[in-house]
Design a protein. Structure first.
Length: 245
């Protein structure tokens, strides 16, 4: 297993710096917008963008080279992650902004922090942000994320990224069915499966002559008479008529 990537300090992070056996050098402070902070004896020190070990080494070198501490042992603890955050929006259980507390926080980690997708959420999720100064967008099929080769899509989340979970596609069924109304369009759902999800036909209903109102590419609604094994499409409106006999 690959080693965990170290967290890199960013503007707004609140940290505690301590030096072993030198309590007067303990400092709790916030990293400024420029990535710098003021540290005793050293003055302005730029830590933004550095890993914790690099920042510890930088302060230790400053104390040693300035002959302030002979063998400084510096420890930095992040008290509040403010600089590195990502947002999760849409159909998740806990939408909001989440700190990226590890340098290798992945898409699945961020989704888990937000409580996962709600029952009304889509199987397709979208991660957007910037990479190397250019707009970045990744569309991920959620079930395949956990398949054998899904690790490739479980990308590392970066500061400022936004994860969006849209509402699941819906179909509608009315007429002589036991549970008419809007229903989630499951992957590969057929007319027969939709009818079953609607509780089947009532005693007055019939499977003969079922019609589907479907919007075409031109935006116009067409009335079709599909077979029972035909796949449903998003937005389909199914009507189950009453039997004449």
């Amino acid at each position: 297993m690959a080693a965990t990537t170290e967290y890199r300090l960013a503007a707004g992070d609140v940290i505690r710096i301590s030096v072993y056996q030198n309590p007067d050098l303990t400092l709790e402070t916030r990293v400024s917008e420029s990535g710098a902070l003021s540290y005793p004896l050293l003055g302005s020190v730029k830590l933004g963008g550095l890993s914790l070990s690099q920042a510890e080494q930088l302060i230790a070198d400053g104390l040693r080279n300035g002959n302030f501490v002979k063998q400084p042992s510096v420890t930095i603890v992040v008290l509040q992650v403010r600089g590195n955050q990502a947002s999760v929006l849409g159909m998740v259980n806990r939408p909001g902004r989440y700190p990226l507390e590890m340098g290798d926080t992945r898409l699945s980690d961020l989704l888990a922090a937000a409580g996962g997708v709600t029952l009304a959420g889509s199987d397709t999720i979208v991660l957007s942000g910037r990479r190397q100064g250019k707009p970045y967008r990744l569309e991920v099929d959620l079930p395949s994320l956990f398949a054998a080769q899904g690790r490739e899509q479980d990308v590392i989340v970066q500061n400022g990224d936004v994860l969006w979970v849209d509402r699941a596609p819906m179909v509608y069924i009315y007429g002589e069915v036991n549970r008419p109304g809007a229903m989630r369009l499951e992957r590969g759902m057929t007319l027969m499966q939709l009818l079953a999800a609607g509780g089947g036909t009532t005693q007055r209903g019939t499977q003969k002559g079922i019609t589907v109102h479907r919007r075409g590419a031109d935006g116009k609604v067409q009335v079709q008479r599909p077979e029972m094994d035909e796949s449903m499409k998003e937005g389909d409106v199914v009507y189950v008529r009453e039997s004449l006999f």
